[in-house]
Design a protein around this ligand. Structure first.
Ligand SMILES: [Zn+2]
Length: 214
């Protein structure tokens, strides 16, 4: 800017508070969102360097934009599923703010699989036999760990002797809050402890990439 001084050049600077509502910025956001969803302009409209046949359908996408988009989609999908779940009415009474504002904060630092696991437990749509049997995906509602009762969420977290060791660690980590399912399934710290428990039980497949090679 200093170089242009006195050269018949003038520059006005405007400070704008935030981008929200700025038309071109909104349009750019919308296009960026489309790109993150995998859309691309017709190749005839792209600049020459991007039209090479070798690039066809392979334009690189921003990893963070794609992740952000996935999370937003997931959030939307879950909120919809959650609101239409019969559990919503029941759970709302003991988890006061659902669908709650902390959702993104709670899931942002977690893998999709971990977030999904917590959500399933919260809605009781778990990959545990009681639910699987109810939807016709398991022959029996019985717990495969102890064969001594239906494999409900309650049984899995608090009762099944098969997971005593993992449960002791959870109790140590959570303290008195251990007895609150709402804490384990909704609180930021609680869900962290719960995920550790879940991994320790080995009952739920959490992250397919973490599978040992066969
Ligand atoms: Zn059991």
């Amino acid at each position: 800017m200093a170089d242009t001084r006195g050269a018949g050049f003038s520059l006005d600077l405007h400070w704008v508070a935030g981008h929200e509502g700025a038309t071109w910025n909104e349009l750019t956001d919308a296009r960026a969102k489309q790109a993150a969803q995998g859309y691309s302009s017709h190749s005839a409209l792209l600049p020459g360097v991007l039209r090479a046949p070798s690039l066809k359908g392979k334009l690189p996408a921003s990893k963070s934009a794609v992740l952000q988009q996935q999370r937003a989609d997931l959030h939307k999908q879950w909120t919809t599923e959650w609101m239409s779940s019969p559990r919503y009415g029941k759970l709302r009474t003991f988890v006061p703010s659902l669908p709650y504002k902390g959702f993104l904060e709670l899931t942002a630092s977690r893998s999709k699989a971990a977030s999904a696991a917590i959500f399933r437990f919260r809605t009781r749509h778990t990959p545990l036999n009681q639910h699987l049997h109810r939807i016709g995906s398991a022959e029996t509602p019985l717990c495969p760990g102890c064969l001594d009762g239906d494999e409900t969420v309650q049984h899995f977290i608090y009762e099944c002797p098969e997971y005593d060791q993992a449960r002791q660690a959870l109790r140590r980590a959570a303290g008195r809050a251990f007895y609150s399912m709402a804490y384990l399934l909704s609180d930021k710290k609680g869900t962290r402890h719960f995920l550790q428990f879940l991994r320790a039980t080995g009952r739920i497949q959490m992250d397919p990439r973490a599978q040992p090679r066969r």
